[in-house]
Design a protein around this ligand. Structure first.
Ligand SMILES: [Zn+2]
Ligand SMILES: [Zn+2]
Length: 332
């Protein structure tokens, strides 16, 4: 089968990815063999290719927003059968026994493993995934539309919850790509007033079309104080600016897995009056289920920029340069 691998992490211009032929994997106990139909392109894949995240497997295949069809169900699987349309997301496994897993925070499990980082992902014709961590894909979405729901959507949803948005609250969003454009729609459906900050002009247009109250450049002042903020851009220098726009008691959530250094904060200007800053670390299967149910109920509009599997390197270069509108998705 064809599969992309991270051969030598480095800037996209240096060609860190290779398209190779490798043997189709075989499903082990509790695993499904899945034929990939579409795979979303997430910023985390870019961090992996460029070396911001060290690969945990040599020649790892990236991709953790996989919509596919079960080709073979390994022994001991019970949830899915050959022919089922399924989704494979970022969280690929946990130990199920540590203190975090036992208290419902499996996203914090120190022994968790991830699709397209510890295990080969979906930039390929096939992958294997643990039956217990595979998701049902909501009906009413094409394969390409469903793919970005599986990380961009789920992580954005957790970030929104971590941002503790009060009912009818004012939410600021920095960066407006695959994840933010889905998260904004959930916030709007829940009655929020949404202000978007991004340097990409097409993304500002999309934000207004989806119902944002305002859309401006990353460094423009906020039109009003914010109750909650989410930073989707991997840029630490935005943190002080976002904190400074928070109203008393406001919360800032940082959605990404990687962030450049945060400049020094001033206690009075950025934190006093009980403003809080929180990280977002992966997601639980519960988050995924809640989000996928909501996505179907609200019939979220998914904006997709399609690429063939053979152009995964171009898709990542476009993502790095802010040239993707909505979410980039590979069709296999
Ligand atoms: Zn655990
Ligand atoms: Zn992701």
């Amino acid at each position: 089968m064809r599969a992309w691998v991270v051969r030598q992490p480095g800037p996209m211009a240096a060609g860190p990815l290779r398209l190779i032929e490798r043997a189709r994997p075989r499903p082990g106990r509790g695993e499904l063999l899945i034929r990939v139909l579409c795979c979303g392109v997430c910023r985390t894949d870019l961090h992996l290719a460029e070396g911001d995240l060290a690969p945990k497997l040599p020649d790892v295949t990236p991709g953790h927003e996989v919509v596919g069809e079960v080709a073979e169900a390994g022994p001991g699987t019970s949830r899915f059968r050959p022919g089922d349309r399924v989704g494979v997301a970022w969280l690929a496994g946990t130990d199920g026994s540590c203190r975090y897993c036992r208290r419902g925070n499996e996203n914090l499990c120190p022994r968790s493993v991830y699709t397209g980082w510890d295990l080969n992902g979906g930039y390929a014709e096939y992958l294997v995934a643990a039956d217990a961590y595979v998701h049902q894909v909501p009906a009413g979405f094409s394969d390409a539309e469903a793919a970005p729901l599986l990380c961009a959507g789920i992580i954005g949803y957790r970030a929104l919850r971590r941002a503790a948005l009060p009912p009818g609250g004012r939410l600021g969003i920095w960066g407006f790509g695959g994840s933010a454009h889905l998260t904004a729609q959930i916030a709007l459906a829940e009655g929020a007033v949404v202000h978007v900050f991004t340097r990409a002009v097409a993304a500002r247009e999309l934000a207004l079309e989806l119902g944002a109250a305002s859309a401006q450049d990353s460094w423009d002042p906020a039109p009003e104080p914010l109750d909650s903020a989410i930073i989707f851009a991997p840029a630490g220098e935005i943190v002080p600016a976002a904190l400074a726009t928070l109203d008393r008691g406001g919360t800032l959530a940082i959605a990404g897995i990687h962030l450049t250094d945060i400049p020094a904060l001033n206690y009075a200007r950025h934190l006093f009056n009980e403003r809080a800053v929180r990280s977002v670390t992966a997601n639980t299967r519960g988050d995924a289920e809640e989000f996928l149910r909501l996505a179907q109920q609200l019939r979220l509009r998914v904006t997709v920029t399609p690429y063939p599997l053979g152009a995964a390197d171009r898709a990542l270069a476009d993502l790095a340069a802010d040239r993707v509108n909505g979410a980039a998705v590979l069709s296999v």
